[in-house]
Design a protein around this ligand. Structure first.
Ligand SMILES: NC(=O)c1ccc[n+]([C@@H]2O[C@H](COP(=O)([O-])OP(=O)(O)OC[C@H]3O[C@@H](n4cnc5c(N)ncnc54)[C@H](OP(=O)(O)O)[C@@H]3O)[C@@H](O)[C@H]2O)c1
Length: 298
């Protein structure tokens, strides 16, 4: 029997945040061949973080929304190694907005990067993975993919969509020995949420105290910031979970990657829905001041 070749891992959004931590973890603790990708304008960051091309590492420009770039990178990997063995869909963005403050372009951007692009990546790598009869597909989801918080509506929608499609995929590709996993971090001690995008209307509302939704933003933004500052979870600890998930013989579909994700998954599963929603509602920061004097959930 021929010696198994090294696994080839293709990682998106690898130049910063969690992606960078995953890249460093896999580089330090595995012998996998790594194809680290970033948007063309962010490629310089690899150099700034001491990541250079070598025998084990390829650095490639990849905006996950650009079909030609997806095709170029995956075709190059397949020409060299036969298939992508492990695909890690990490690239993502998050918008802060209530449902009423999102226009169709903003919604399209959120869904495009967090849901449609990972699906396109998956569709493109699957034929070669099926041909070799093994593969791993990991997509970074979120606690936002198991529960929704006010002002994070379309972010949650994008992660719920990712979760739903990945769950279906889990069944579909098992006959070929392909394992699908959703990595679910909760809050991570990082500057991730300083990069949160505002929609045009949510930006206006957050800046204008007279806007009916102003208090939603004024309460939720510092609350989320505080949760991120106080959590013990780091990009490094989540990256370790990713590495261990890849190494597992039969990785589970859902992998809670921080303690709060674990807590919320239990809470969501075992708490009757009507109690769960009311409990969370009353735990929202300064919720009695939300809206024009209204404090009653219908
Ligand atoms: N931070 C958290 O607390 C948290 C919690 C749960 C889940 N997550 C998830 O974890 C993943 C990584 O987030 P992070 O916290 O590391 O945030 P981050 O620091 O903002 O990193 C996001 C990465 O995605 C890349 N990206 C964005 N749009 C892209 C595109 N069109 N094509 C290719 N790459 C693109 C970014 O590249 P540029 O910098 O070049 O734009 C960046 O490298 C995301 O899927 C996020 O939803 C994060």
């Amino acid at each position: 029997m021929s010696k198994p070749r090294k696994q080839t891992v293709l990682l998106t959004g690898a130049s910063t945040g969690l992606g960078l931590a995953i890249a460093k973890e896999l580089l330090a603790k595995t012998s996998h061949h790594l194809v680290l990708t970033a948007r063309p304008e962010s490629m310089l960051r690899f150099h700034n973080h001491g990541l250079t091309e070598g025998e084990r590492v390829w650095l490639r420009a990849l905006d996950v929304q650009v079909a030609a770039q997806r095709e170029a990178v995956i075709a190059e990997v397949e020409a060299a190694f036969g298939a992508v063995d492990v695909l890690i869909n990490n690239a993502g963005v998050s918008y802060r907005s209530v449902v009423e403050h999102v226009d169709s372009d903003e919604q399209e951007a959120q869904m495009g990067i967090n849901y449609q692009a990972p699906m396109e990546m998956i569709r493109r790598v699957l034929p070669a993975m099926r041909a070799q009869r093994h593969g791993r597909i990991l997509s970074v989801s979120s606690v936002g993919g198991m529960m929704a918080m006010p002002t994070m509506a379309i972010y949650s929608a994008s992660k719920f969509a990712l979760e739903g499609a990945s769950e279906a995929l889990w069944y579909e590709v098992r006959p070929w020995g392909i394992h699908v996993s959703l990595i679910q971090p909760g809050f991570i001690h990082s500057d991730g949420f300083t990069k949160v995008r505002m929609t045009r209307e949510s930006q206006f509302s957050a800046e204008h105290p007279s806007d009916p939704y102003h208090q939603h933003y004024a309460s939720m933004a510092p609350f989320i910031g505080k949760m991120m500052k106080n959590t013990p979870a780091t990009p490094h600890s989540v990256a370790r979970t990713v590495r261990k998930t890849i190494a597992r013989k039969r990785p589970p579909l859902r992998v809670t990657a921080t303690w709060d994700a674990w807590f919320f998954s239990l809470f969501r599963r075992w708490m009757p829905r009507f109690i769960y929603h009311r409990l969370l509602y009353w735990r929202l920061p300064r919720v009695k001041r939300w809206g024009p004097g209204g404090d009653n959930p219908s």
